[in-house]
Design a protein around this ligand. Structure first.
Ligand SMILES: NC(=O)c1ccc[n+]([C@@H]2O[C@H](COP(=O)([O-])OP(=O)(O)OC[C@H]3O[C@@H](n4cnc5c(N)ncnc54)[C@H](OP(=O)(O)O)[C@@H]3O)[C@@H](O)[C@H]2O)c1
Length: 290
């Protein structure tokens, strides 16, 4: 398959390019230097002139605080650009896979959110991503939105990798203990995407592991336990719970409960989706061997 991946220098995009190439696909990676998604005529030209069987868009203005500072640019990149991608993919009858976020939810209630649950974003990032979803859904394109959360296990380090590095250096870890979601291992996400490119479902899919919602503090505690179990650490560590309200550096308001239910994705995959803790053990275990 010929596949375009925009945002190819990002955490998700970079890993997808590597994985899909490894799986034998011909991938055209497009980073911001190749194609600025805020420049819509250039995007349209690329969409119409390149040869591809599927277009994957993990590119985004992904920092909620940056989106708060520049809502207009955030709307162009996160909503208008994917709308244009969906429009041209429909005209070409080409499959379009777009990435979105658990931040489309307001996160007021405990528990897990299903695909049909009401979106109620609290900040410009979530609002722009929701606008991108709605544009795709109303475009008539053969297209799916993959909502993801707390992705780790890619080349671009995330909270899990930062946590591992601090623990390895004997440094204390401070982590928010009153905000819940479910962390997603990039190797699993890559395999799901590879499968979805074959089956090409439409609509919204929650692409996350199974298991109970966890806080960043809970993840840090799990990382410590798993590192010890794998002989990557000895001794105790100081893992300090903090409160979201005390995170003074956040500009954008964050939703509290955004863990997602994965039943729809699960019904489309040939194998059951593992619990987040099992996936974390696999990723950290691979680190030990590597
Ligand atoms: N990672 C997570 O935990 C997480 C959680 C929830 C949702 N998501 C969603 O998953 C998707 C992938 O996220 P990610 O973690 O891979 O984000 P990321 O690491 O920030 O990557 C996003 C990529 O988009 C590119 N980009 C931004 N503005 C652009 C523009 N104007 N033109 C072209 N490219 C542009 C960035 O380019 P530069 O490298 O040049 O900045 C970056 O490489 C996004 O839709 C995000 O909203 C991710």
């Amino acid at each position: 398959m010929n596949i375009v991946v925009t945002g190819s220098n990002g955490r998700v995009g970079g890993a997808l390019v590597d994985h899909l190439r490894g799986a034998g696909h011909k991938v055209i990676p497009l980073c911001r230097q190749d194609l600025d998604l805020a420049h819509l005529p250039a995007l349209r030209e690329a969409l119409e002139s390149l040869e591809y069987d599927a277009w994957i868009n993990p590119a985004a203005m992904s920092s909620p605080d940056q989106c708060e500072r520049d809502p207009a640019l955030c709307h162009t990149v996160n909503a208008t650009a994917p709308a244009l991608m969906a429009y041209v993919c429909r005209k070409r009858d080409t499959y379009f896979l777009h990435f979105s976020t658990d931040y489309v939810f307001g996160g007021e209630e405990t528990g897990k959110r299903g695909e049909e649950d009401e979106a109620h974003p609290l900040n410009f990032y979530g609002k722009s991503k929701r606008a991108g979803e709605l544009a795709l859904l109303s475009s008539g394109a053969r297209a799916a939105v993959l909502r993801v959360s707390w992705v780790y296990g890619a080349r671009v380090p995330a909270f899990v990798e930062q946590c591992m590095a601090r623990l390895q250096n004997g440094e204390r870890v401070e982590a928010i203990a009153d905000k819940w979601s479910i962390p997603t291992a990039m190797p699993d996400l890559c395999r799901w995407v590879e499968h979805l490119l074959i089956t090409q479902p439409s609509g919204i899919l929650h692409a996350c592991p199974s298991g109970e919602p966890v806080s960043w503090h809970g993840i840090a505690v799990a990382v410590h336990e798993i590192m010890r179990k794998n002989g990557l650490l000895d001794g105790d560590a100081e893992i300090v719970p903090t409160a979201l309200a005390d995170a003074g550096h956040f500009l954008a308001r964050r939703p509290i409960h955004t863990a997602m239910e994965n039943q729809r994705l699960s019904s489309l995959l040939p194998h059951p989706i593992a619990d987040w803790r099992e996936a974390l053990e696999r990723v950290i275990g691979a680190n030990k061997r590597g």
